[in-house]
Design a protein around this ligand. Sequence first.
Ligand code: GDP
Ligand code: ZN
Length: 312
Amino acid sequence: FSRYTGPYIAGRVAARHRTAFDVITENRKFRVKTSGALLKIGKIPAVGDFVVILNQPETGTRMIVDILPRRSILTRGAAGEGNTEQVIAANLDIVFIVTAAGSDFNPRRLERYLTIVHASGAKPVIVINKSDLAEDAEKIAAEAVKIAGKVPVVTISALKKNGLEELENYLMPEKTVALVGSSGVGKSTIINALLSEEVQDTFDTRKYDEKGRHTTTVRQLFTLPGGAVIIDNPGVREIQIGSAAAGIDETFPEIAEFAPECRYRNCRHTDEPGCAVIEAVNAGFIPKERLESYHRLMKESEFQAEKEEIGL
Ligand code: GDP
Ligand code: ZN
């Protein structure tokens, strides 16, 4: 922050509201808006962003005037620094992709999440929650391992507080971790289990539905007792992979492994002669569904890229 002197303070965005942001600074938290100049250039802060606040109590001015470069960007839809509206969270180190026993396990959805997280620059960890629903949990874990590649799969029960120490391996001081996954898989329960009771330094940004259950309406950032920062995301059901195909190869390492042996360097592995990937599928090295998923995600990302080109 050396180029800022005087009434500037550094902070981190903890929650986003309709028009304002909660920012945690060294001494306190503020609810602030962003400067018109930032908005004009399309820079919209996201949860996890490190920002600069201009703070002039004497004139009543207090606003975000700058966003520091992001080391990772988790997006839905279009990826990239320019498309800030799509940013789910910034500066993540690790993303827990949470799924649970007792709910539909959808391998295709998991592949989609893996692609997005790989593309973000953060490291994914697959978390199977509700292991107390034992039989189903084992089945789901086995299926998840099949598509995980090198990504770790951790099985826990947030309710019974089983396996949490495995999660804590990823919760190192200074690291920022986010949870993604459908609603109801137990993300809030996991966070509550990780937060010891004495630490409740949270913003009351939860809303309650008619049944008195809370529903997370905004993303929130918490500091865990061990010093890691955790971000709670709402179920991102509408999650779409962006135009960045970047994460796809990492999500399908078995395809990336055979692809260099295809006859054509830009082989799409559909019906090209000499396609090593199709040969590998025919030989039973790669499950057919995996190649189908790969094609589906590639098509989606190309479609997204086209939309961006024509300015949609
Ligand atoms: P979120 O929408 O992902 O934040 O999910 P919640 O944390 O609100 O949890 C949804 C429901 O699943 C709640 O009724 C929790 O009590 C329940 N739940 C969470 N973790 C577990 C678990 O490990 N085992 C079981 N059996 N239920 C759980
Ligand atoms: Zn090929």
